[in-house]
Structure formats: C-alpha cells, structure tokens
Design a protein around this ligand. Structure first.
Ligand SMILES: Nc1ncnc2c1ncn2[C@@H]1O[C@H](COP(=O)(O)OP(=O)(O)OP(=O)(O)O)[C@@H](O)[C@H]1O
Length: 334
C-alpha cells in the first residue's frame, strides 16, 4: 500500500523533460496511479514513453515538475525507493558468459540479500519463469523469449511493489509472448504495473488503465473502458451455417429492420453494422431471433476492429490534426 495521504503509488505533477535544451520529450504530464493498477503506456515512436518511465525511476532529473513514488519524492539519489521497483528496459541485455543462476545470484547480492535468502529465492524465480532446464547454460545461447523471462526473474528478485516494464513483449514469438502475458496477469493480482507497449492487443488483454502520449503530451489517461467507450462501432461478424435460401431470406428480413445499417452475406459470413439509436443488446436479440426463425446456426460471433486499437488511433489522429490546424490557419490547411 502507498505511504502518502492519497494512497497513490505514483504521482507526477506537471512533469516536463527537455533534453539538451532542445528536445521537449515530455510536456507537463500530471498522472496518478493507484495500487493494483496495470497501466498500459501507449504512444507512437518518440512520444516520450521511455522518458516518462525513466523519470519515474529517477534515472533522469525532471526539467520541471515532480515525481512521487510510494508518496516520496523521486530523485536520482533515491536508491531506497528504487529498490522497491522492478524495472525491465526494452531489449534487456545480460553478461553473455553468465548463467541465469550466476546472474540472479549477482543481482541478489547487489540488493544485499543474504545467501540463505538468495539461494531459495533464485530457485523459486527460475522455476516461475520456466528457465529451470536452462538454469546453468550461458545466457549467450538464449533465445529472445528466454532472455525476456530472465529479465522478469531479475526484476522480481527484490520483491518489488511496483513493476515498470518497457515493451516486455517486444521481439517475442507467439509462444513466448503468450507466456509473458500470462505471467503479467499472475503478477497483476499482487503488484502495480506500468507496461509500455506498441502492441494494443497486449494492452487490451492485461491492462485496466491506459495513458496515451503523443509528442510528449498526455492526450489520454483513464480506464481502458473509458478509452474504448470513446468509440462504439457496433460492427459484428458472424460465421453461420444453414440453407443458402434460408440465409438469403434472413438477410432480406434483417435489411428491412430499423437500425440494421448494413447486412452483407459473403462466404458463409454475415457482416452486420448496427445503428447507435437503439441499445445494441436489443438489436442483437432481434438478429439472433431472425437467424433462429430461419434455422440458421451461428458458429462464431465477433466484433470487427479491435476497440482499443481503434480508440487509440482515433485519439492520436485527432491530436495530430489539431496540431496541423494549430500550425496552419484553417484556410491554409484546407
Ligand atoms: N538522451 C536523449 N537525448 C536527446 N533526446 C532524447 C534522449 N532520449 C530521448 N530523446 C528524444 O526524446 C523524444 C522522446 O523519446 P522516448 O524515447 O522517450 O520516446 P518513446 O515513446 O519511448 O519512443 P519509442 O516508442 O520509439 O521507444 C524523442 O524525440 C527522442 O528522440
């Protein structure tokens, strides 16, 4: 639990970072994180994500504004606060000649863990990240997935309350990415996490809060539901089975219903766009009733377009066009 009066794990106030008096990497970001939140940090390349993470970690000094972590002011000297944070940078690198055991033992020693605590902890962590069969192999031979799992183990050795992971699924294949996401979900039940990512489906799966940066400015901060709620696409795809004639008839009936804006049947797939006026549950109920009346079987149903991705793109696009209008008067921009 956080130690300050508000209970925030992280609190930034008007946080600003200008590199070398030229590059405004982060501009006036005020953000709070409550305990147990899993924050997805999103934004295009160069948006300021890594800069924000490094400021929270106290690895950079803010040009203006402040960062408090566990209620205390974070500075480059605040090593005792940093000990309670587990950090993984993008593409973590390890001494190639070391093995997971020797490396984690070394990190444990850096954290001042006594030998009798260190040894059983190493064994537990190596098992948890599924590296037991490789625990004595040189890291030089590791795949990106194994390296990522070692980074997770290293970031957990000090039993941190806050985890800050910069693009933890970057460069992983499908299987390694899946195991990383499952690990994050397990950890999310007991820790606060900040995950920077370019992968919207990862954020959609594991995060409950999102922060979107664009050109150093925070353009959204709130729950993932809020982010998704900014758009209602009401566009569904159904794989169906039934007699061709019956399906054609059902399509005709659906097209005649109010608020069924588009109904297309192609390659055993029904593509349905619904209006915004009527609650979508009522319209979906009508849809299924019509299919049932025509003895059509529904094999699968899904929404078209990933909501988080669409909401994110809408936000960034809107912000970009605002910047364009700001730069050029409307008459020139046209
Ligand atoms: N040490 C530095 N010195 C000068 N400029 C920097 C430095 N680090 C980052 N920048 C600049 O600050 C801006 C924000 O960079 P940052 O790495 O924080 O973005 P990011 O959102 O993490 O990008 P990416 O998704 O590509 O990793 C960029 O324009 C970058 O070029």
């Amino acid at each position: 639990m956080a130690e300050d009066g508000h209970g925030w794990i992280v609190e930034t106030q008007h946080l600003t970072k200008i590199y070398r008096n030229r590059q405004i990497a982060l501009n006036d970001v005020t953000l709070t994180l409550e305990p147990g939140c899993v924050l997805g940090l999103l934004g295009p390349n160069g948006a300021g994500k890594t800069t924000l993470l490094r400021l929270i970690l106290g690895l950079h000094r803010p040009t203006a504004g402040s960062v408090r972590v566990f209620g205390r002011l974070m500075t480059p000297n605040a090593a005792d606060i940093r000990r309670r944070i587990g950090y993984i940078p993008t593409n973590p690198q390890f001494p190639r000649g070391m093995t997971p055991i020797s490396y984690l033992d070394y990190i444990g020693r850096l954290f001042g863990l006594p030998r009798d605590v260190r040894k059983p902890k190493l064994a537990t962590l190596i098992r948890a990240v599924d590296l037991l069969p490789h625990s004595g192999e040189p890291i030089a031979h590791f795949t990106p997935g194994m390296t990522a799992r070692l980074a997770v183990a290293a970031s957990l050795i000090n039993e941190p309350d806050l985890l800050i992971w910069d693009e933890p699924t970057h460069g992983l294949d499908i299987e390694a990415r899946r195991s990383m996401l499952e690990l994050i979900k397990q950890l999310a039940s007991e820790k606060t996490l900040i995950l920077s990512s370019h992968n919207l489906s990862d954020v959609d799966e594991v995060c409950n809060y999102a922060c979107v940066l664009n050109k150093g400015q925070m353009i959204f901060h709130g729950t993932l539901q809020d982010l998704k709620g900014r758009i209602r696409r009401n566009h569904y795809e159904l794989d169906v089975d039934g007699e061709h004639k019956a399906i054609s008839k059902a399509v005709g009936v659906l097209r005649g219903l109010k608020d069924f804006i588009q109904v297309v049947f192609r390659h055993r797939r029904l593509d349905v766009k619904l209006g915004e006026e009527t609650p979508n549950t009522a319209l979906l109920a009508q849809l299924f009733q019509v299919l049932h009346d025509h003895k059509i079987t529904v094999i699968s149903v899904r929404t078209v377009g990933m909501q988080t991705e669409q909401a994110y793109l809408d936000l960034v696009e809107r912000e970009e066009s605002r910047g364009f209008v700001r730069l050029y008067p409307a008459s020139e921009a046209a």
